[in-house]
Design a protein around this ligand. Sequence first.
Ligand code: NAI
Length: 347
Amino acid sequence: VFDHIEFDEHEHVAFCHDKKTGLKAIIAVHNSYLGPALGGCRMWPYANSDEALNDVLRLSKGMTYKAAMANLNQGGGKAVILGDPRVHKSADMMRAMGRFVESLSGQYISAEDSGMSVADLQIMAEETTHISGTKASYHFAGEEADGNPAPSTAYGVFTGVKASVKYHFGSDLQGKKVAIQGLGHVGYRLAEHLHREGAELFVADIYPEGVNRAKEKLNATIVSPDEILTLDVDVIAPCAMGATVNRQSISTLKAKVIAGAANNQLASEDLGELLKDKGILYAPDYVINAGGIIDIYHQKMLSSNEALKTHLEKIGATLMEVYTRADEQNLATNRVANTIAEEKFKK
Ligand code: NAI
């Protein structure tokens, strides 16, 4: 079984089938050199077990790199539950999942991901202590403390945009033109931070609520989703879905910095070299968007908002390190980030 799927890089891959509740799940611990493996639990209607296994292997590996670059003493892991969250999920199934997490004795710490809610995690937590992200530990004035790490992600991305602008233009954000693609949980909050620092905003979303609010409250200019990446601005902040940086979008890109929250922004890794050759500074996605996992970590540690905020601000310094090394070695920033992460978790 599965002999066609490579998992030589992983330390531990565990399968669970709980007949009573119908739970079918996989937990993958990719690397625990820096500490217990931290990563969300996703519930998804995978077509088959191979697809689920591939997903959990890929995602858990990504978590090792993200945690290492976020200076966390945590490794990378992930869990997937096979099934449609709207159809198959039950409280008993969540308890069974909690027992599965518990069976790894803390080697894996679970958190929220697609198809799972804070309420689900709270049920899992009845059976295991190895859960985080069941309460928000850090939130800006006026934010609801609901366990969603988006405020931390947005603040981390903001410090990353600031550092990227400083590195590329040698200036602060005052008067800089920033185009944000996607004004959801993270994008809108990022817009608020940037506005406060004097940036001029251009925003696009496929739904009107966020962009209308940004126009009214943040003096942002609304742009169509088709145009947002082609604007003559200083910074593009992808905060919608992945793979928006592709050969086609790069060919019409005028911005000199790409720094945003979306996961898997590059359609392929080799586009890092293309961006470098065009003199476009790319903030590696898993470095700049690590605020979410940093938030989850601090929730687990029960640490103070100040400690969390200081940690989030280190994202800027980490990006500076990546950029400096990329320039010194004439390499793409995404490759350099991978190398620095691998040095940290001793690939
Ligand atoms: P969200 O779902 O709240 O916001 C995404 C927004 O993008 C939505 O408003 C959606 O309408 C919009 N959108 C979708 N397609 C679009 C298009 N073609 N053009 C313009 N807008 C479009 O998601 P959230 O939480 O704000 O996350 C944004 C990105 O950041 C995602 O890629 C997510 O994976 C990533 N991320 C989020 C973290 C978090 O803490 N929420 C942590 C790390 C990464």
